[in-house]
Design a protein around this ligand. Structure first.
Ligand code: URA
Length: 219
């Protein structure tokens, strides 16, 4: 491996340390800890959610609750694991009672996210839900309008593909949305320039397709 990716790893770790003591907004007062993000520092695919919830705040890791379990299953469906991607949020600290991020909190925190993107240098940034999509697209269009529509944009000084997706937490309780999220997810390998491993033909023939939520183990 060349020296460049190693430097990137070190830089990202150093950056995480510097963000751990952030007091740029009121959320620093109620948090257990900063949830910087986790995963592969050289990830080609990065996900950006909204903000840490109760479990994320306690554990210091993003998407460890129910929405995170769904994210893991969606990733497994395209042959990826959490360790292959990097997962971060618009806000690095938990809003009280899981309320929506406030505009001044997003403004205070956004440079942390932009710096992460600059250091990780992903090819695709998949935004999960409205907050990440609006922030990173710089446009007010909501997720219902733009999900599944890749767009080229400049982030962290580089051109990246922005790929808006429904937030897994919203899809957990809305089967129709889950279906759409699954089919948008299924395009990720193609967008990464890869093909999915074909499933074994015998299995494909004998197994009745389960409803999407069942495939995801939700019931
Ligand atoms: N929802 C988010 O947007 N981020 C998390 O880390 C967890 C749930």
């Amino acid at each position: 491996m060349s020296a460049v990716p190693v430097e990137r790893t070190d830089d990202l770790a150093a950056f995480a340390e510097s963000v751990a003591g952030c007091t740029r907004c009121r959320l620093s007062q109620g948090r257990t800890q900063v949830v910087f993000g986790s995963g592969n520092p050289h990830a080609e695919l990065m996900f950006v959610g909204e903000a840490p919830g109760f479990h994320e705040d306690k554990q210091g890791l993003p998407f460890v609750g129910q929405a995170g379990k769904l994210l893991d299953k969606l990733l497994a469906g395209i042959g990826l694991q959490r360790a292959d991607v990097f997962v971060a949020n618009v806000l690095k600290c938990r809003p009280p009672g899981n309320r929506d991020p406030q505009p001044d909190e997003i403004e205070a925190c956004e440079s942390h996210l932009f710096r992460q993107i600059e250091l990780i240098e992903p090819t695709i940034v998949a935004t999960l839900g409205n907050f990440a999509t609006k922030l990173l697209s710089g446009r007010p269009l909501g997720i219902t309008r733009v999900h599944g529509q890749e767009q080229s944009t400049t982030l962290g000084g580089r051109e990246v593909m922005l790929y808006p997706l429904y937030h897994p937490a919203a899809a957990l309780y809305t089967p129709a949305m889950l279906k759409v999220l699954e089919s948008d997810f299924a395009r990720i390998p193609e967008l990464l320039g890869r093909s999915l491993e074909p499933i074994e033909p015998e299995l494909a023939l004998v197994q009745e397709p389960a409803p999407p939520a069942q495939q995801l183990g939700l019931f």
